[in-house]
Design a protein around this ligand. Structure first.
Ligand code: ADP
Ligand code: MG
Length: 745
């Protein structure tokens, strides 16, 4: 497709484009509009009806509905009360109307010279001085100037890109693109929803220039057949791409890890508990995946405290039993350290070498750890981001486990996955027969987005070796509703632990006005005297880390003073890892009864004796964050309590969040509510997923279309004919272009 920047100079009538063609192109690029097809698929978010002009009298009967009137300027003043504003009066045969502009330029004042004719569009209201419009859209016109015959589209715009620029760029693109329908008429005829006229071109043209007699409601609700066609196309592209990614993954080589041997068995034997039914189920799903010769890509979801760690450790045991290394990466030092201690305590007695690698290690220790990893002596490696640094070379990495995966960016997960064996040494007796290597998978699909260093699918052949893609297990306690997980995340299998280990008592949650803080301190005291431990979480202050730190220190000082007979500790993000560690250790050993913490403890911390959680300024936290925080208690058998201190009055969503927390401890219910309150984009984080793809379809309301798209994708991919293959590639090229690779991670 042609580059945009030569083309934008073309509509010479556009001064902005003429003055700065290159920068318009780059501003459009910021909106994701690089090619003509990008522009064509940049569909309006709403429409304005400028096809009719009402008389001022008729308009004033419309009761605040948006409408368009036309009149001649009879007065134009700048007034200063109640604040500076431009006040313009226009009149037609039926009456007069005042337009008010609170922000205006000098040039606007000149436009409203008495006698000039103005077409104004806005909501007409009845003010003190009669009919008026505040900040109407307007145009200076000549008498009898023709009215538009189509509704006027309003596009999602961005900085430095006006509606007029977008309209021009899109109009030009509409004349240049290749209109070939990726779905031939015969195919469309087989789809029950599709109207005969719902060709791609017709649909797109209609949405950019809807005729004035269109069913406006259907257009705005996006239920018009033209919209349905767009949504279907988009969903079909997503489904096709998902299925292709799956096929591509299955054609990649991975070491089969079939052995459930000595370590796995001994490990299960020595565990102080038996696995729950849910843990057993997900474990067998993982075990099956690891046996296959293609890379597993599985998300293990389980509510906080559901026992994901032990499942991960058992997966690692299978890799080790099969003669490979496993790596476990956690997002924070505290969490990585906890995993290390717990898992090393399980495995080292069984003769397994577990290496520990984080950024805070001294150089010498780091080098020693790297040597262990490189030689293969370390069978299990646990650490933080430090695991993905260049210097770390694995001898034979068979399984990558990423805990709290949503905390990592796509790029970080990719890097770890790319740390499979690169030396060609995949020929141990346990695996050689299972390794299937296909160098040609590197040629899948288009290029990578620029921020990706290399395709995850490439199989570098340096030194004659192959790259074996390790199996990947991602874990998350932020449960994602299943439909979302399936449609948003690329090719990803999902396992769910939907049962908590036995003997947990439910957490009682209360919201308490913060002026009752003294009572709360009293409860903390009482709990500590009963031998229980307490977290006190300081408020989140997003604007300023320094302020957050200050608050944590102040809170600590306040509690030390208020509770002189308790050992009160403090842990925050700015402490050195060793200091943090020392505090966490003391808390784990019950030498600290009350731990004041910033949100560093949000993730994964596991101290079963802690049974009271106080969250200050709970109204500032998001729902999933509150849930994660609360999940730090209720891990042992003691009845646990979570007290959410809030500063009233509460806003609407803050109230909803606290209510939800009070009503349920079910992570999935909370995730659904979170989704409802925030919308999917924010919920998943844009960088995480293929959500950038879905611009038109809505997973909630368009579920039926998702299913139709899934069926057709299946049909097309199962049909081996060249015609189907051509449809698939034409459709993907049109809808995804370069975006597809985002979906692979
Ligand atoms: P999460 O899923 O939040 O990562 P963890 O793996 O940290 O949860 O497990 C929470 C606690 O439950 C740990 O102390 C763990 O040892 C314990 N646990 C895990 N599985 C079981 C089980 N089947 N029976 C009893 N306790 C268990
Ligand atoms: Mg965990």
């Amino acid at each position: 497709m042609p580059a945009l920047n030569q083309k934008t100079a073309k509509p010479a009538a556009q001064p902005a484009a003429r003055n700065a063609p290159a920068s318009l192109a780059s501003r459009l690029a910021k909106l994701g509009l690089r090619t003509d097809m990008d522009l064509v698929l940049h569909l309006p978010m709403r429409y304005e009806d400028e096809t009719q002009v009402l008389s001022i009298r008729d308009a004033s009967l419309r009761g605040g509905q948006p409408c368009q009137v036309e009149g001649v300027v009879t007065a134009c003043d700048i007034q200063y009360r109640p604040r500076r504003q431009l006040v313009v009066t226009i009149a037609d045969d039926s009456g007069q109307l005042v337009m008010r502009f609170l922000n205006f330029y000098g040039s606007q004042v000149k436009q409203f010279e008495t006698g000039n004719r103005v077409r104004a569009r806005g909501e007409l209201r009845h003010g003190f001085f009669g009919a008026e419009m505040v900040h109407p859209g307007y145009k200076i016109v000549l008498e009898g100037a023709p009215l538009p015959t189509a509704l006027t589209p309003v596009y999602p715009a961005g900085e430095g890109v006006s509606q007029a620029m977008l309209r021009n760029a899109i109009a030009a693109a509409l004349t240049r693109v290749d209109w070939n329908d990726s779905l031939p008429p015969a195919l469309l005829a087989t789809l029950e929803w599709a109207e005969p006229a719902a060709s791609f071109e017709a649909a797109v043209r209609l949405l950019h220039n809807p005729p004035s007699d269109i069913d406006e409601h259907a257009l705005i609700e996006r239920s018009h057949p033209a919209w349905v066609r767009m949504k279907f196309d988009e969903l079909l592209a997503q489904q096709l791409s998902l299925k292709r990614a799956q096929a591509a993954r299955r054609s990649q080589g991975a070491a089969a890890l079939p052995v459930i041997g000595e370590l796995s068995n001994a490990f299960l034997m020595t565990l102080p508990f038996t696995l729950t039914g849910a843990q057993q189920r997900v474990l067998s799903e993982i075990r099956n995946d690891l046996r296959a010769g293609f890379p597993m890509q599985r998300l293990l979801q389980g509510d906080v405290g559901s026992g994901k760690t032990v499942v991960a450790a058992l997966a690692a045991a299978q890799a080790i039993d099969s003669g490979f290394q496993a790596a476990l990466m956690a997002p924070t030092e505290i969490l990585a350290d906890q995993h290390f201690r717990k898992i090393a305590a399980w495995m080292e007695p069984l003769g397994i070498k577990v290496a520990w690698l984080t950024g805070s290690l001294k150089k010498k220790e780091k080098l020693a750890a790297q040597a262990l990893i490189e030689s293969g002596e370390a069978q299990l490696v646990i650490g933080t981001h430090a695991l993905i640094q260049d210097a770390v070379q694995f001898a034979k990495l068979g399984l990558v486990i990423v805990d709290e995966q949503h905390r990592f960016g796509v790029g970080q997960r990719l890097t770890l996955r790319n740390k499979g064996s690169t030396n060609g040494d995949v020929s141990t007796p346990t695996c050689s027969a299972h390794v299937r290597l296909q160098a040609d998978t590197a040629t899948q699909a288009g290029g990578m987005p620029p921020e990706f260093p290399a395709s995850p699918l490439t199989l570098p052949l340096q030194g004659g070796g192959y790259h074996v893609v390790p199996h990947q297990l991602m874990m998350s306690a932020t449960p994602i509703p299943r439909t979302l997980a399936m449609t948003y995340y690329a090719d990803l299998e999902v396992s769910v632990i939907d049962e908590l280990p036995p003997g947990r008592s439910p957490i009682v949650t209360r919201a308490i006005d913060q002026n009752r803080r003294d009572e709360v301190i009293e409860r903390v005291h009482a709990a500590a005297l009963e031998g229980r431990q307490v977290y006190w979480v300081c408020p989140l202050i997003e604007e300023s880390e320094a302020l957050q730190l200050q608050t944590a220190t102040d809170t600590h000082a306040m509690l030390v003073q208020a509770l002189p007979d308790l050992a009160v500790g403090l842990v925050h993000g700015r402490m050195k890892p060793a200091e943090k560690q020392a505090v966490m250790d003391a808390f784990t050993r019950n030498e600290i009864q009350l731990l004041v913490a910033t949100t560093v403890i949000e993730v994964g911390v596991d101290v079963p004796n802690a049974s009271l959680m106080v969250i200050e300024h709970a109204e500032r936290f998001g729902l999933s964050q509150l849930h994660q925080l609360r999940g730090r208690v209720g891990r042992g058998s003691a009845a646990s309590v979570c007290l959410m201190l809030y500063l009233g009055p509460l806003g609407g969503t803050a109230k909803q969040r606290l209510l939800t927390m009070r009503e349920t401890t079910d992570g999935f219910a909370i995730a659904r509510k979170d989704l409802e309150l925030r919308g999917p984009g924010e919920f998943l984080g844009a960088r995480q997923s293929g959500q950038a793809m879905l611009r038109f379809a809505d997973l909630e309301t368009d579920q039926w279309l998702v299913e139709q798209a899934r069926d057709l994708a299946q049909r097309l991919l199962h049909d081996a004919s060249a015609a189907s293959a051509a449809i698939v590639s034409a459709h993907l090229a049109r809808w995804l272009g370069l975006r597809e690779d985002f979906l692979r991670v």
